[in-house]
Every structure is written in structure tokens, then in C-alpha cells.
Design a binder for this molecule. Structure first.
Ligand code: C2E
Ligand code: CA
Ligand code: CA
Ligand code: CA
Length: 278
């Protein structure tokens, strides 16, 4: 047993140091990525009940020169702890606004873009001023921008958060609650917040046709959100069965690989032109 215990300990320290050094390497690489702008944005369409484009979500991509594509699910949490998320977020916001202005100028219709916000970014005192500055600089109408926040951001810092939300509303910037259902907040809590949309987390949509519990939760979220005057987006819609069931639950907007995957700006142009010719 002693032998086993020591092996387990050695395994643990090795695994631990591996992760720490891996994180340090990643952190350095991330710094270079910021300086060299190795990032790109992909856009995933959101489709309404009539099959029209409701907007797009901007999703960050990092193409590492040697390691290739690194998922945001891996580097965003790290960047969040090191503070590197701040320059990255500024780049994302500016790029998304510039890209949509480009589509405006091409006459593709005024597409609304949703940008994911990190907690650190949202809590900074300079957040609103930076946002106004970016809108001004890029010329994108505020109505075309919406921000996605997770429930945690609002729970952590309630009073300041609510003030910021009111300021965003008066600017006509949209706000959605992302990954809804995974945190602790309830819909009754949302009633007091100036937000327009909730996005039901992918994990519930995944199980929609297998789990009666998840189906009931999704149905409950949609009907309560509608009573509160909120729109509902279902994310991670992959199958026709999920789509049909969500349609029957009166879900407003659909996002997922079954409808369209995230794509570079050029592909989005083609996608939008295809939709409007329908
Ligand atoms: P999220 O905000 O929940 O974004 C949705 C994620 O689900 C995206 O993953 C998207 O590609 C993926 N997805 C969409 N449809 C489907 C589907 O039908 N099936 C499956 N399996 N997945 C689907 P992605 O792009 O890897 O992003 C992961 C997370 O990284 C995002 O989750 C978001 O939390 C974060 N993130 C991405 N871009 C940014 C950014 O610019 N800033 C910040 N702060 N976070 C970001
Ligand atoms: Ca999101
Ligand atoms: Ca989400
Ligand atoms: Ca998510």
C-alpha cells in the first residue's frame, strides 16, 4: 500500500508539474499571439422561426504557428487568470465591429453580431468607455451589437453589473444571458434585469430527445422567458428532431451545427447571399 501511495504521489506531482509548465508555455505563446495577432473571428449564424438570419455570434480562433488550432475553451480560461483576456477582448470587439461594418458597406443587410464578454472585461471601470470608443471608431451602429454574458458575471457583482446593464440598454446595445440553466440564477431573478434574450445551454438541447427531464426544463425556460418578455435562443441544435421539438416549444431563435457552423467572414457573405435569394 505504501508503494502504491508513493507511486500515486509521484504520478500526481508529475501530472501537476506538466500542467504548470504547459500553462507557462501556453501563457508565453499567448503573449506572442497577442503581439502578432494570430487570432481570427469566425461567425456562427442564428436563425429565426421563419428561417431568416437573426444575427451571428463571433467566436474566437487561435491559430498557433506550430500547434495549429487551439480551442478557446482552453485558452480563454487561462487568459482570464493572467489578465491577457483584456487585450484579446479589445481585439475581438474591434474586429467584430469592423467586420460587420464591412458587410454593411457591401449592402448585405445590417447583421447583428453577438460578442462574448469575459467577467474581467465586464467588471473593469473602463468597460463602457472602451465600448463607446470602439463603436465610435468603427462606426458600427450600437443596435447591431449585442453582448453575451454568463449568469456568473451578474451574480458576482450584482449592483455594479445592473448599472452597467442599464447603461448598455440606454446605448441600445443588446444583452443576452449565455449558457442559461447551468448556473444558479432563476428566471425570477432575471425579471429585474434589463436584458433581452436568454440562450439555453447546449447541454440541455443535447439531451432534448432522450431525457424527459431536460425536455421539461427547456419547455419551462421557454415559457417562463416568454412571460417575462424575453426571447429565447437554443444553442447546439444539431438534429432535425431537436429543431422540430424546439419549434413546437415556441423557441424563437436557433443556433447549431445542424443549421450552420461557425465560419470565416468570406463564407458568411456567401451564406447570407444564399439566404436572401431564397
Ligand atoms: P459559447 O459562448 O457557449 O459558444 C458556443 C460554442 O458552442 C462555440 O464553441 C461553438 O462553436 C459551439 N457550437 C455551436 N453550435 C454547436 C453544435 O451544434 N454542437 C456543438 N457540439 N457545439 C456547437 P467554441 O467556438 O469552441 O467556443 C467555446 C467557448 O469559448 C464559448 O462558448 C465561449 O465561452 C468562449 N469564447 C469563444 N470566443 C470568445 C471570445 O471572443 N471572448 C470570450 N470571452 N470567450 C469566447
Ligand atoms: Ca456565447
Ligand atoms: Ca453558450
Ligand atoms: Ca457554453
Amino acid at each position: 500500500a505504501k508503494q502504491q501511495g508513493r507511486n500515486a504521489y509521484e504520478w500526481f506531482t508529475r501530472a501537476f508539474t506538466d500542467t504548470v509548465s504547459e500553462r507557462m508555455v501556453l501563457r508565453n505563446d499567448l503573449q506572442e499571439a497577442i503581439e502578432r495577432e494570430e487570432f481570427a473571428l469566425h461567425y456562427q449564424p442564428l436563425i429565426d422561426r421563419e428561417g431568416n438570419l437573426d444575427g451571428v455570434e463571433a467566436l474566437l480562433r487561435w491559430e498557433h504557428p506550430e500547434k495549429g488550432f487551439i480551442s478557446p475553451a482552453r485558452f480563454i480560461p487561462l487568459a482570464e487568470t493572467t489578465g491577457q483576456i483584456i487585450p484579446i477582448s479589445e481585439w475581438v470587439l474591434k474586429r467584430a465591429c469592423l467586420d460587420m461594418q464591412l458587410l454593411n458597406q457591401q449592402g448585405l443587410g445590417e447583421i447583428r453580431v453577438a460578442v462574448n464578454l469575459s467577467p474581467l472585461q465586464f467588471q473593469r471601470s473602463s468597460f463602457l468607455a472602451n465600448l463607446r470608443q470602439t463603436l465610435l471608431m468603427t462606426g458600427l451602429p450600437a443596435e447591431q451589437l449585442s453582448l453575451e454574458l454568463t449568469e456568473g458575471i451578474l451574480m458576482d457583482n450584482t449592483e455594479g453589473a445592473i448599472d452597467t446593464l442599464h447603461a448598455l440598454r440606454s446605448m441600445h446595445v443588446g444583452v443576452s444571458i449565455d449558457d442559461f440553466g447551468t448556473g444558479y440564477s432563476s428566471l425570477s431573478y432575471l425579471k429585474h434585469l434589463p436584458i433581452s434574450t436568454v440562450k439555453i445551454d447546449r447541454s440541455f438541447i443535447n439531451e432534448l430527445n432522450n431525457s424527459e427531464d431536460d425536455a421539461a426544463i427547456v419547455q419551462g425556460i421557454i415559457s417562463m422567458a416568454h412571460h417575462l418578455g424575453l426571447k429565447v435562443v437554443a444553442e447546439g441544435v444539431e438534429t432535425e428532431e431537436q429543431y422540430q421539438r424546439l419549434m413546437s416549444y415556441q423557441c424563437d431563435i436557433f443556433q447549431g451545427y445542424g443549421l450552420a457552423k461557425p465560419m470565416p467572414l468570406e463564407a458568411l457573405e456567401t451564406f447570407v447571399m444564399g439566404l436572401s435569394r431564397k
